[in-house]
Design a protein around this ligand. Structure first.
Ligand SMILES: Cc1ncc(COP(=O)(O)O)c(C=O)c1O
Length: 363
């Protein structure tokens, strides 16, 4: 059975008539830049996430970059983050001239280990970027306490966590700023690139709007050097439709994950830890296994997709070769043992059983 990591086409087909009609309508309106769908989407996501402002932009990478600029992070500053994430998290830190400082991860949740953050703080530290990796919220209360103690900003990387909750609050509504990605395969994905920054602060929201639009608060008046980073009107059309289904999509991802957890419970594979105080939205279903490469080969031979996120942690990437060399043993070990299996809202129980059967054969 051919099982993909995600089934974007299957999902599009269930929404096709609604999406096609709404796109044709937007084409007829011809208000392509910061048009009515972008404005409506920003209000709808702010309401959904329980946050005062949602400012859309061109990608999740830009969302992080704009968030760092709005928070005033720049040359000479240090920003603490996780080494076990997509490179965009740390790229954005470099874009503003700051230095990423990588702290090891928790072996159970794979998120930054909040107990190790204190030791990385020094006089140059200005912010922490926790990444809610694979859709599982990081230890936000502990992180907010440290930020309070040292007067640091907290920028949540929510690229993988749209709709996940930590102690009742949505991720993206907890720190000073939240940065989201709408890359097509994300829990809320568009049909191209897109991103969003969330904040409760009026001041940050105003700055984010200026930065995303060429540093301009009124046409042809440019107060600062900004960027061309706006969410496309047609992407906003798609996102507004998909947002209405997001709770269902996330519920189905959890259903799939629960089946995986049950079927793999007695195997040597370590299934994701699920702390009671937070909701995982399973952007990825990632396990740890000593014979990860054998599992991978066995699945691929049976046309079952699987992927390794992330084989090289950021502190070992060439792009950060000029940063001080650190040893982060948990991250380094996880990078050799992690493997992600297919997960998407439309995945059937039979498909999950087929993947688990192949995994059990391999182990
Ligand atoms: C954790 C994380 N941060 C940031 C990004 C960047 O988002 P985008 O691809 O929309 O620029 C991604 C996207 O893959 C991500 O997974």
């Amino acid at each position: 059975m051919n099982i993909p990591m995600v089934d974007l086409k299957g999902q599009y087909l269930t929404l096709k008539s609604e999406i096609d009609a709404a796109i044709i309508e937007a084409l007829g309106e011809t208000r392509f830049i910061l048009g009515p769908n972008v404005q409506a989407f920003e209000q709808e996501t702010a309401d959904y996430l329980g946050v005062k402002h949602a400012v859309s932009c061109a990608s999740g990478t830009d969302a992080l970059h704009l968030a760092l600029r709005a928070a005033g992070i720049g040359e000479g500053d240090e920003v603490i983050t996780s080494p076990f994430t997509f490179i965009a998290t740390a790229e954005a830190i470099r874009y503003v001239g700051a230095t990423p400082v990588f702290v090891d991860i928790d072996p159970l949740t794979l998120n930054i280990d909040s107990a190790q953050i204190n030791a990385a703080v020094n006089a140059r530290t200005r912010a922490i970027i926790p990444v809610h990796i694979f859709g599982q919220p990081a230890d936000m209360d502990e992180i907010l306490d440290i930020a309070d103690q040292y007067d640091l900003k907290v920028i949540e990387d929510c690229a993988q966590s749209f709709g996940s909750r930590y102690r009742g609050s949505m991720t993206g509504a907890i720190g000073d700023v939240g940065a989201f990605s709408f890359f097509p395969s994300k829990n809320l994905g568009c049909y191209g690139d897109g991103g969003l920054v969330t904040t409760h602060s009026d001041e940050y929201a105003q700055q984010l709007k200026v930065y995303r639009n060429h540093g301009s608060s009124q046409p042809y008046h440019h107060d600062v050097i900004g960027y061309n980073s706006r969410l496309d009107e047609l992407q906003a059309v798609i996102l507004r439709i998909k947002l209405k289904h997001l709770a269902d999509y996330n519920r189905n991802r959890r259903r799939v994950a629960e089946t995986y957890n049950r079927l793999l419970a007695d195997s040597p594979v370590e299934t994701p830890a699920l702390p009671q105080d937070r909701d995982h939205v399973f952007h990825q279903y990632t396990v740890l296994a000593d014979n990860r490469d054998a599992i991978r080969e066995h699945l691929l031979a049976q046309q079952i997709a699987c992927a390794v996120y992330y084989p090289i942690p950021l502190h070992q990437q060439k792009a950060f070769a000029d940063a001080p060399r650190v040893s982060l043993p948990v991250t380094e070990s996880v990078a050799t043992r992690c493997v992600s299996f297919p997960i998407f809202p439309e995945m059937t129980e039979q498909q999950v059983e087929t993947v688990c059967q192949a995994v059990l054969e391999a182990v």
